[in-house]
Design a protein around this ligand. Structure first.
Ligand SMILES: *Cc1c(COP(=O)(O)O)cnc(C)c1O
Length: 339
């Protein structure tokens, strides 16, 4: 029973005794690769001629939006669920999500035959909710924000004995996501800058511990200035929640920083930029117009960050993580200014 009771957490989220907050190692990432490469395709790394010309650099896109579920997170979900303790394979999993974390866990649950519950905020992206349900997950709409849904899921996990899959304080998720970093290193060992969006920080932490720690490349995280919780954690070494959390890019919308990713980002991240939501909107539109790639708001943080750092990266070899494509029709048309 004690296993399902919350323990002290260094941040303001709830963790359980099965949450070991030791950062994953490169070895864990190589082990994750055995699993991830069996269940998911390798993603392409494609040079963008348009962005290379605009930024006067050699710009490559790591096309994580081509994965099943349409976002990078599924690498972590598959790795975590593959090593699930037997006691949870029957009870099942629960996660709180604005969408892509939920899709990742739902997808992995389906692959490994484990029941999945996902708590989402009431106004969750309808396409993401439909996808979770398609993968067989039970979706619970709880509260106005991600953090409301998260608190509900944390309580319910304790009551029902589900395995609560935290969106960041999970070494197995980060190790799984890190397999993308290994792919980048193999395909483009000369990479000098890699830009990754930051919400809870699992993706940037994974690139930072692989591409960042294993080479001289700078891994740069980019967050919305309207939801700067992790930025503050990184800059001020605090796990205080942020007062500001109001971004249209739901993949970046968290007001509470997470202990494990904050620690890893402080250790390995070269720089951490904040960008305005307007730059994210502009990034979605220009990626559509220049590359005909559809991406969601959160995903545009890589490009917005590279534009912000244009002077520094000119003449360099740059990778932009294309983190996800799950934008709904209404938001996309709004961005394109279609009535
Ligand atoms: C989750 C997500 C992010 C942010 O990733 P974190 O690991 O939470 O920092 C960025 N883009 C997309 C598409 C996402 O789903």
């Amino acid at each position: 029973m004690a296993r399902y009771e919350a323990v002290d957490s260094p941040d303001e989220t709830t963790i359980f005794p099965y949450h070991d907050l030791t950062p994953p190692t490169v070895r864990d990432v190589y082990e994750a690769r055995q699993v991830v490469s069996r269940h998911l395709p390798r993603t392409p790394l494609v040079r963008s001629d348009a962005l290379s010309a605009q930024l006067d650099a050699d710009v490559y896109l790591k096309r994580e939006e081509t994965l099943p579920t349409g976002a990078f997170k599924v690498r972590g979900g598959v790795n975590l669920v593959s090593q699930l303790d037997e006691e949870f394979t029957e009870a099942g999993l629960i996660a709180a999500s604005t969408g892509n974390h939920g899709q990742s866990i739902a997808y992995a649950g389906k692959q490994f035959g484990v029941p999945v519950h996902i708590a989402v905020p009431e106004d969750a992206n309808p396409d993401k909710v439909a996808a979770m349900e398609r993968y067989g997950a039970t979706v619970h709409r709880r509260g106005d924000t991600f953090d409301d849904a998260r608190e509900w899921a944390e309580r319910w996990a304790a009551e029902e004995g589900y395995r609560y899959v935290h969106s960041a304080n999970e070494p197995a998720l980060i190790a799984g996501i890190g397999t993308a970093g290994l792919e980048v290193l193999e395909d483009l060992p000369e990479v000098e800058y890699l830009f990754s969006p930051i919400g809870g920080g699992s993706s940037a932490a994974a690139y930072a511990m692989t591409v960042g720690a294993m080479t001289d490349a700078d891994v740069i995280g980019v967050q919305s200035a309207n939801a700067p919780a992790m930025h503050r954690a990184w800059a001020e070494d605090t796990l205080e929640p942020s007062d500001t959390m109001d971004t249209f890019a739901e993949g970046l919308a968290t007001s509470v920083p997470f202990a494990l990713t904050a620690r890893m980002l402080r250790e390995h991240l070269a720089d951490f930029l904040l960008v305005e939501d307007e730059a994210l909107r502009e990034g979605v539109i220009s990626m559509f117009e220049d590359e005909h790639i559809i991406m969601e708001g959160a995903c545009a943080a890589s490009l917005a960050g590279a534009r912000k750092l244009a002077d520094e990266i000119a003449g360099s070899t740059v990778v932009l993580q294309v983190s996800g494509r799950n934008i709904d029709r209404e938001t996309f048309l709004e961005l394109l200014d279609v009535e």
